[in-house]
Write a protein that binds this ligand. Structure first.
Ligand SMILES: Cc1cc2nc3c(=O)[nH]c(=O)nc-3n(C[C@H](O)[C@H](O)[C@H](O)COP(=O)(O)OP(=O)(O)OC[C@H]3O[C@@H](n4cnc5c(N)ncnc54)[C@H](O)[C@@H]3O)c2cc1C
Length: 301
């Protein structure tokens, strides 16, 4: 059985939106297809009359600097993000989160836009982008608009971006600068196929010995990729230390909703991982903010 009849590679965003509109819900966006095609193959979603691939739209296959933002086009793969020197220095947690997705074959075709559009609470690239303060540019019949990423998620696998009618055209974030750093850590079951248990990312800004700004994302820790707002608020004005980070982990534990999943981890194990790994994630982000050195760690071979 063919999973689609027509495959489009439009040259403009407007054309992509027009094709989606023409098919009235029987066409959808495709990035690398690493989630979408498996889901169709396994019968978790219906086959499509048409797929719309944004990778030929001019500019969407690039990472550019624009008005003080780092902007990632919808066609940019995880491999491209991992290898980009600007991303490594100024979006380190995003590089570390994209760098653990699947294996090289997956990362060579899968896109960050697809990871975000899929809206899974544990999407690794999603967690990295959320911690950086990422925004998505959504294109639909009414035009283009930027939105903070945390506003698009509405439930597991659900977002306000309906890929049958709209597309994520670009993703952007403010690059980390002086006295800023970010880090991502993921705990997974290494036997056989890698099954991630929990991932977390943090971005911090320091002034002297004080944390002045911080963002923390954790997943899966709620029905949507979680921005740990209460933990962020509690950390502002604090001096980084083991004690501060241990207290932050306890605050985070009070705002997460952890589930037991049969093949991955129990809620109790995930709780313990937040207790041990969140302080390490924060400490690494602070170390990078202090030293300005941001060599990404844990990127898969
Ligand atoms: C073996 C394997 C291992 C994996 N490991 C991981 C992992 O460790 N961590 C992880 O997070 N994920 C993992 N994944 C899932 C997947 O690879 C990632 O989520 C990937 O980033 C999806 O991107 P894609 O471009 O392939 O999306 P696609 O499969 O093309 O699309 C996914 C969804 O997003 C929509 N979509 C795609 N692009 C757009 C767009 N521009 N605008 C609007 N909607 C769009 C599609 O319609 C679809 O609903 C794995 C997958 C496989 C097969």
């Amino acid at each position: 059985m063919a999973y689609w009849n027509d495959y489009y590679t439009p040259h403009t965003i407007e054309e992509a939106v027009e094709i989606l509109g023409r098919y009235e819900g029987r066409a959808c966006m495709i990035g690398g297809g690493t989630d979408l095609l498996l889901e169709i193959q396994q019968g978790h979603r219906p086959r499509m009359d048409a797929l719309v691939d944004p990778t030929r739209i001019e500019g969407l296959d690039q990472i550019v600097e624009e008005d003080g933002w780092l902007v990632i086009g919808a066609g940019v793969t995880h491999t491209r993000i991992v290898n980009d020197p600007r991303m490594r220095q100024h979006g380190t947690c995003l590089v570390e989160s994209c760098g653990v997705i699947g294996g090289p074959q997956v990362r060579n075709v899968a896109t960050l836009a697809g990871n975000i559009a899929h809206a899974l609470p544990a999407g690794d690239g999603t967690i990295g982008t959320l911690a950086l303060g990422g925004e998505v540019q959504v294109a639909q019949a009414s035009g283009l608009a930027w939105q903070p990423m945390e506003e698009i998620f509405i439930g597991p696998g659900q977002s306000t971006v309906d890929p049958k009618r709209m597309l994520i055209a670009r993703i952007r974030f403010r690059p980390t600068g002086e006295h800023e750093g970010s880090a991502f850590r993921r705990v997974m079951r290494p036997q056989g196929i890698a099954l991630p248990m929990i991932g977390m990312a943090a971005r911090v800004r320091l002034a002297g010995e004080q944390i002045t700004e911080v963002r923390i994302a954790i997943g899966p820790a709620a029905k949507v990729p979680l921005l740990a707002v209460k933990t962020m608020q509690a950390l502002v004005g604090q001096t980084p230390s083991d004690k501060t980070f241990a207290a932050a982990a306890e605050t985070a534990l009070a705002e997460v909703q952890l589930r037991t999943s049969r093949h991955r981890a129990s809620a109790a194990y995930r709780e313990e991982m937040i207790r041990t790994q969140l302080p390490l994630t924060l400490a690494k982000a602070v170390e990078r903010a202090h030293t300005g050195q941001a060599e990404p760690e844990g990127v898969g071979a």
